[in-house]
Design a protein around this ligand. Structure first.
Ligand SMILES: [Zn+2]
Ligand SMILES: [Zn+2]
Length: 165
């Protein structure tokens, strides 16, 4: 686990500048980073340059990283690791169209509007919707809405099955 030595003890080691409520904790709750992606996790396709994820995939073919508190999409973790945090309200578009690919150069952070204009996905991708459905058991609609940067009514529609069938 990466811990930056320049962050003084007593402050959250993610660099946010906050202090964990539990003084012995290294991170504010929810700030502990997900594990880093290593070259063991993917193989490089010599033709396309895609980094094909070799660990578990979700039902829609996207790579995933799991731990006890949930799972994250591998390409999002890769983008955050090699490029930058995905800006608030932006989604990652696979320019190569290969959901298994975690090559950050094949990912572009775009607004949801641009993403749907490109026609590759609806506002939420099918894998987003599947992930959201799996989160209802353990997370509130508000927390899920925040995680996916959509409003609560969208989450509610998924929950009640009014759309996204
Ligand atoms: Zn933090
Ligand atoms: Zn690719």
């Amino acid at each position: 686990m990466h811990r930056d030595d320049t962050i003084p003890a007593g402050f959250c080691q993610c660099g946010c500048g906050q202090r964990p409520r539990n003084r012995k904790a290294a991170y504010v709750r929810g700030h502990r980073p997900w594990r880093q992606i290593s070259p063991d996790d993917y193989t490089v396709d010599g033709d396309t340059g895609c980094w094909n994820w070799q660990r578990s995939l979700n039902a829609n073919g996207y790579g995933r990283i799991s731990r006890t508190t949930g799972s994250r999409l591998a390409h999002r973790v890769a983008y955050e690791q090699f490029v930058a945090p995905v800006p608030e309200g932006m989604v990652l578009d696979h320019l190569c169209g290969n959901p298994r690919c975690v090559n950050p150069e094949h990912l572009e952070a775009v607004t949801r509007a641009v993403n749907s204009q490109r026609g590759r996905h609806a506002k939420l991708t099918p894998e987003d919707v599947a992930e959201i459905r799996s989160l209802f058991a353990t997370m509130t609609s508000v927390a899920i809405a925040r995680r996916f940067n959509v409003d609560r009514s969208t989450i509610h529609e998924i929950k009640t099955g009014r759309s996204w069938r």
